[in-house]
Design a protein around this ligand. Structure first.
Ligand code: SF4
Length: 352
């Protein structure tokens, strides 16, 4: 690893590029490193207290959420459709293989109440998932997309932060590793893109798509594809997928309108900005940990998107919170590095 200057202050500008560390587990002590992914970073930036509940207390609301479960199933179907196409299978065979994986993933990921007969009309029913999946495959078939990589888990070394211990005052360096999964790297009209699938029940408008210019995950995946896979691109391609139930009336949006494409370009300086900003958040997370001091939002994030799932806990009197956790929450530990696909990636990285 290079002797890059560790980040010590929030306004530091002297940061080297992210690095490919070929055998990450052997070169750095992962148990002492700060492992971050897009989800953890977004959570911390939205509300430190939310991060504390999730990452430090390992508390999550009971029951599987329907929206992420549906997104996982859709990703799985499209992943296997793409893999089959890459293997040279005809379109109809690839469609069937993808559908089989979608059904299997749906049964594993969705809350059980979504799988009962009575829910079959819902926008997140299995039938509707298959309808949208097929519409997606049909929509993008004429684009002639050529896939170079599909579903690549990665662990990218971002550098070090340096923090003085509160108790001893002695400065300590900490490695920062960024992990995630790249949905795909594809070629379209002679240009390479890092591709990301985004399912949403919001209307897929231009304004919604514009938001991805500042997407923590997408920019990070682009950097990871460049550094780890050697993909020479600064472009990302969002495939927005609208999750809407089948309309019963004439004049409703046709299925082909459920899918929108957004091309995003990042300059070298913007990619460097992402890197610096990510290290700064890692630094702040570490400071919060050391001080065990977590800012509560008391604002927009408490009420956004139907309300933060921790709002009942934050709103309860501190004495009542542990009782509430026993009743309505469960314990789960977010271990992105233990994901078996990430383990596989660290094996692949040794061969780069
Ligand atoms: S309810 Fe508000 S303060 Fe509490 S974790 Fe959620 S966003 Fe943060």
């Amino acid at each position: 690893m290079s002797e890059a200057t560790p980040i010590t202050e929030l306004n530091v500008s002297d940061i080297s590029k992210p690095e490919v560390v070929k055998n990450l587990a052997a070169e750095i002590d992962l148990s002492k490193a700060i492992i971050v992914d897009a989800h953890l970073l977004k959570t911390y930036r939205a509300c430190e207290m939310k991060f504390w509940w999730f990452e430090e207390q390992h508390v999550i609301a009971k029951g599987k959420a329907a929206a992420p479960g549906f997104g996982i199933a859709m990703h799985s179907g499209i992943e296997w459709f793409r893999r089959s196409k890459m293997d040279g299978r005809p379109y109809n065979d690839a469609l069937k293989i993808g559908a089989g994986h979608l059904i299997h993933s749906y049964q594993e990921s969705m809350p059980s109440e979504m799988q009962q007969e009575v829910m079959q009309d819902d926008k997140r029913s299995l039938n509707n998932a298959l309808r949208i999946y097929q519409g997606y495959c049909e929509h993008y078939e004429p684009f002639g997309l050529r896939f170079h990589y599909i579903e690549i888990p990665f662990a990218l070394y971002l550098g070090q932060i340096r923090i003085a211990s509160l108790s001893s005052g002695i400065e300590e360096s900490k490695d920062v590793v960024y992990v995630g999964i790249i949905d795909g790297v594809l070629e379209m009209r002679d240009r390479l893109y890092v591709n990301d699938l985004k399912t949403t029940s919001w209307v897929v408008s231009e304004q919604w798509l514009e938001g991805f210019r500042m997407d923590q995950g997408l920019c990070g995946y682009t950097i990871a594809a460049r550094e780890l896979l050697g993909v020479d691109t600064q472009y990302a391609l969002v495939h927005g997928i609208w999750v809407q139930k089948e309309p019963k009336t004439k004049g409703a949006k046709p299925l082909s309108d459920y899918f929108k494409t957004k091309e995003i370009y990042w300059s070298d300086s913007q990619l460097a900005q992402w890197h610096r900003n990510t290290l700064r958040t890692a630094y702040r997370i570490e400071i919060s940990r050391q001080r065990n001091d977590w800012q509560e939002d008391w604002g927009q994030n408490c009420g956004a998107f139907g309300g933060c799932s921790y709002r009942p806990l934050c709103a309860a009197t501190p004495e009542f919170r542990s009782r509430l956790i026993d009743l309505d929450y469960e314990r789960a530990v977010w271990t992105p590095l233990e994901d078996e696909r990430l383990q596989k990636m660290s094996m692949e990285a040794q061969n780069l």
